[in-house]
Ligand binder design. Sequence first.
Ligand SMILES: CC(C)(COP(=O)(O)OP(=O)(O)OC[C@H]1O[C@@H](n2cnc3c(N)ncnc32)[C@H](O)[C@@H]1OP(=O)(O)O)[C@@H](O)C(=O)NCCC(=O)NCCS
Length: 179
Amino acid sequence: MKLSAEKQEWSNALPEVFRQVFSDSEGAAEGDVIGALVSDLLTQTPDDDLHAAIAHDGPQVLGCILFSRLRLDRDPRQVFLMSPVAVRTDRQKKGIGQQLIAYGLDGLRRDKVDFVVTYGDPNYYGKAGFLPISEEFLQAPLPLSHPHGWLGQALTAAEMAPFNGPSHCVSAFNKPELW
Ligand SMILES: CC(C)(COP(=O)(O)OP(=O)(O)OC[C@H]1O[C@@H](n2cnc3c(N)ncnc32)[C@H](O)[C@@H]1OP(=O)(O)O)[C@@H](O)C(=O)NCCC(=O)NCCS
């Protein structure tokens, strides 16, 4: 298995990988929603606002994570949203998800990103260093249907004061049903 950040090189394959994985785990309708989200992220997001971590075995994608920018109106710190995350159904529970997260966060750290948020299962993401955060600490861009899934971690050693101002996600994420 190899890890790559080259989103362009893999962009044709990624929507279908996510569609398949989420279709297996959450049903066909959710698979379609996440496949479309990934396609929108790859085609509509400015290059600087989207990072990827891709695990592959030769030409076959084994897993992928996308990271997209969250802009804050009144805070200079750089924040990214880690979502969505998928590992091929037949390769899950072998550590690929955790390796992808670690690789993706290393890339963001090199790019001087200060903080990463995600929205998901606290048990799983807790293993990768994410802790629950409140909206007083960092306001989500849209109303959260599962506030306990709002998680974050600092990528620098600096003390993290609460973030100022509303946050804005990239356009692909700007849909209430995704939150
Ligand atoms: C969630 C997902 C990305 C995890 O990837 P993975 O490669 O299977 O996970 P890993 O093998 O790295 O898991 C590492 C640890 O987390 C545990 N784990 C895996 N999935 C978990 C889950 N859903 N909840 C809690 N713990 C989980 C594993 O048991 C393992 O624990 P251990 O290290 O103590 O043995 C993958 O299962 C997946 O794609 N699921 C379907 C899509 C999805 O739900 N994505 C996340 C929402 S965006």
